[in-house]
Design a protein around this ligand. Sequence first.
Ligand SMILES: [Zn+2]
Length: 224
Amino acid sequence: MPRVALDSETGQKVLIRDWVMHYMEKTPLCLVCNEEMYTRGNSSPGVTTHFSHYTGTKCPIVGGRRKLYDNLQPIEKDMENAKKIQSFLLSNLWPLYKKCKDMFEDLTTKDYKEMIEKASKRNIWFYKGMEEKYLPYVLLVNYGIFEKNKFHKEKTYFVFDSKLSNYDDLWIRNGKVKQKIWKVTPNLHNLEEIEIDFDNSEYAPYYFLPWVTGLKDLPDLCKW
Ligand SMILES: [Zn+2]
């Protein structure tokens, strides 16, 4: 699917157009799952040349495999932390939207509203030990597929490291799971790597809204 792969010997990123010219005897590895891939389409007219995973791959960038995110739920619910995360969201509704939009420029406010609804449905707030900085990334991945429409130029979705088995791997196993998110536009064979930003200085602290308003019981504000 992607148009970029790693050279298995040097670990260098190589674009497909350079690969077919100079690297054909080497083995391309996927940036997300590190599995071996092969090149496809270089002899078929009408097919954009790209790298492809072998059948049976577990890579989340591959079509149906991203469904693994659809059933993720917190194993243990952390009510205290959920209040904090929700309060952080409410205190930062707009900057969090802007952060998501930095990663997906076609994101509309309606998409964002749906992202929050979906996160509520899947109890995203209740993950034990969830850290605020992960919220925009989890919201984007958890949403699923942004279908191509008049607002979205291309079908797009976001995935985390293929080693991730639940969202909390990001903050519990953060030495083992890559602190990255990938933006996938499958019809363009595009894969964009985005580092998770650990700088929280653009956000208000989670207690900002309750402090300013004097509201203590935030969940009363909405249907969470
Ligand atoms: Zn892969």
